[in-house]
Design a protein around this ligand. Structure first.
Ligand code: UDX
Length: 430
């Protein structure tokens, strides 16, 4: 099939490269010329394992990029993969999606034949039907089901696994109102559904929209619940990881996302939970459990630091922060728990030394005045304490490096270092 994708960010580029890999002819549309040039030169505009190879393989062949919306006329389906940034109150701003839809609709005015517009961006229930569809109808001069239609197809990719998650998904969700739209989506994903045992869920537009939020809210709340249980375990001197291993054996609970610690960050969980709380509020529902999940998450960095406080004042002392990214395998620091941890240490007057294998430059923009070490060993040297914020594998291999600390106290927020002789070790929930 011929597919166009508006927005070449994280989701859009992954989608473009993967659909090209499935055999479709894909046109990526973006207002940023440098992004367009990079894709056409066979380079991935973002870093994601496996993506550069796919872009290099398909650019100039089944994958091309342009800044010109007119390109949509040569395609059968257009995905909208534009950002939906958070407003101050946590609700999402859909103005970029609406503006993109307007340009798309105008370009489709001169197109003959059927065209399906698929919302890929994460949007709250009602957005596709009540915001995107009317803008599209108005701009294109066509009626829904008569030359044009809308669908919703949410994305569940994890950073660092986007390509493999796309090519081997647990589920694919199609939201639409008419059979023709479902038929187009089935055809588009057929190369995947025929070769993997993925589940396809066909549902309504609002349902598809909320499934994405429910998915992320559930996972974030699952972690917060485990963090709460872990905090209770800690007070009793019980290892919450042993408890998690046991409860995870119950199929109804499942063993994944039970790692308690310093909490969740990243570009999705905090934003999506906040957006769902705000959306619920708008329709008159007070989402208390989700608010509590956020509150527990917000509390974990301070609990980590209070464990360090228990071993003495850190004012004027060098303290190492091991790990700055929101999770291992990425340099993304958005909503990283390292941010409140560093802030809390600065508030205590500590001399903070951060280390991360890839994310230091990003964190330097946020905290220009702390020290950044080139290795964990350098960060630990002469430190009066260390906190572990990201579960990078290399931290598990640290050993003699702890001997160089002025005061060998480690508070581990990710269950990665482990107890060893000569080290005063505190686990956040174990
Ligand atoms: C998440 C969802 O997994 C993905 O489906 C969605 O599309 C986007 O949001 P991502 O943000 O890339 O993906 O990271 P993920 O691996 O899910 O981790 C999110 C956060 O939760 C990280 O900060 C991680 O450290 C934390 N986490 C995860 C825990 O604290 N404990 C766990 O057991 C699992």
């Amino acid at each position: 099939m011929k597919v166009s994708i508006i927005g070449s960010g994280y989701v859009g580029t992954t989608l473009a490269a993967c659909l090209a890999d499935l055999g479709h002819t894909v046109t990526a549309i973006d207002v940023d010329e440098s992004v367009v040039d990079r894709i056409n030169a066979g380079e991935a505009p973002i870093h994601e394992p496996g993506l550069a190879d796919l872009v290099a393989e398909h650019a100039g062949n089944r994958l091309r990029a342009t800044t010109d919306y007119a390109a949509v006329r040569d395609t059968d389906v257009t995905f909208i993969a534009l950002p939906t940034p958070s407003r101050k109150d946590g609700s999402i701003d859909t103005s970029l999606v609406e503006m993109g839809t307007e340009s798309l609709g105008e370009a489709l005015r001169e197109k003959d034949g059927e065209h399906l517009v698929v919302v890929k961006s994460t949007v709250v229930p009602g957005t596709t039907a009540e915001r995107v569809a009317p803008v599209l109808v108005e701009a294109s001069g066509k009626q829904l089901g008569e030359g044009i239609d809308v669908a919703m197809n949410p994305e569940f990719l994890r950073e660092g696994h986007a390509v493999s998650d796309f090519l081997d998904p647990d589920k694919i969700v199609f939201g639409a109102e008419r059979e023709a739209a479902f038929a187009t989506l089935r055809e588009l994903y057929r190369p995947l559904t025929e070769t993997t045992d993925t589940h396809v869920v066909e549902t309504g537009l609002n349902e598809a929209e909320i499934i994405k939020y429910a998915n992320n809210a559930f996972l974030a709340a699952k972690i917060s619940l485990m963090n709460e249980l872990g905090n209770i375990c800690k007070e009793y001197g019980i290892d919450a990881y042993e408890v998690a291993d046991a409860i995870g054996l119950d199929d109804r609970i499942g063993s994944q996302f039970l790692n308690s610690g310093v909490g969740w960050g990243g570009s999705c969980f905090p934003k999506d939970v906040a957006a769902l709380i705000a959306a619920a509020d708008e329709v008159g529902y007070d989402a208390q459990l989700l608010k509590a999940a956020v509150a527990v998450n917000d509390r974990q960095p301070e609990r980590l630091l209070s464990l360090l406080d228990d071993h003495g004042d850190v004012a004027g002392q060098r303290v190492a922060v091991l790990g700055l990214s929101f999770k291992p395998g990425t340099d993304d620091i958005r909503e990283s728990r390292a941010i409140p941890v560093i802030q809390g240490l600065l508030d205590r007057g500590a001399d903070v030394v951060g280390y991360d294998p890839v994310a230091a430059d990003r964190m330097r923009e946020r905290f220009p005045d702390i020290t950044y070490a080139d290795s964990a060993a350098e960060a630990l040297r002469d430190a009066h304490g260390a906190v572990v914020v990201t579960d990078w594998d290399e931290f598990a291999a640290l050993d003699e490096e702890f001997d160089t600390m002025a005061r060998p106290v480690v508070v581990d927020g990710r269950h990665v270092v482990g107890r060893r002789e000569g080290l005063t070790y505190e686990g956040l929930t174990w």
